[in-house]
Ligand binder design. Sequence first.
Ligand SMILES: Nc1ncnc2c1ncn2[C@@H]1O[C@H](COP(=O)(O)OP(=O)(O)OP(=O)(O)O)[C@@H](O)[C@H]1O
Length: 258
Amino acid sequence: MVLNLEQVSLKKEGKWILNQINWKINKGEHWVLLGLNGAGKTALLHMLCAYYFPTSGKVNVVGKQFGQDILGEKLRQQIGIVSSTIKGKIYGTDSAYQVVLSGAFASIGLYEEPTDEMREQAQQILRDLDCFHYANRSFRSLSQGEQQRVLIGRALMGNPPLLILDEPTNGLDFIAKEKLLESIERIASNGGPTIIYVTHHVEEILPVFNKTLLLREGTVFAKGDSKEIITSTNLSDFFGMKVEVNWSEERPSLKKVK
Ligand SMILES: Nc1ncnc2c1ncn2[C@@H]1O[C@H](COP(=O)(O)OP(=O)(O)OP(=O)(O)O)[C@@H](O)[C@H]1O
């Protein structure tokens, strides 16, 4: 099991942000975590990375039970994460190659001498993600789409069993977005890590994301097979607005109806 949350609740400043969350992720599954602004997605991710501890309930991530096994740094080395918070911390003067390499230490910047093996892996990842031709350019000189690829590369160093992509297509134009989604699909279908893909865009649910969890106001509204969850009836209830879902070529699209 990659993840197991049992009756997990989280209270912050007197307010329940997450409520009685049950969520199991098995190896080989790829999940979309879908929720509107303020649903609790970020809080949930913070918890998976052991930045937050549950007020009640049990959290087990990549075989580590919170409160029992070693936590924090050690756990985070086993989770690849791409988020705007991490992006904001990267040193803009570091090259794409250095940023990817730093993932081996789960650090921002390189403070330790990478092994030859790490260097080889970083180069291979850069090739796989079509980033090799800008490997020596500074991170800050890259386009948004290129930066996201480099961050995914960084997250893949060390072969983590779990990869969390938190709204990775933010700020990307249509083409850059679709190309990034193609790469993500490749990572997911080539026996890569289990992926949790966080978004508020239904259109980004790729065929490889066979499972979806709908999070609303800190609670699980629905979860299960994406095809069964992403329906007009379910999403109309979920959004509190009448919408129509159309599945075409294994991908859903959404529109508001009267
Ligand atoms: N440390 C905190 N203290 C108090 N309230 C918090 C804290 N962190 C989050 N919240 C509140 O919990 C709710 C969920 O926030 P969260 O950032 O997890 O939502 P989200 O689903 O990630 O939203 P978005 O899509 O806008 O990023 C919000 O109402 C937020 O204001």
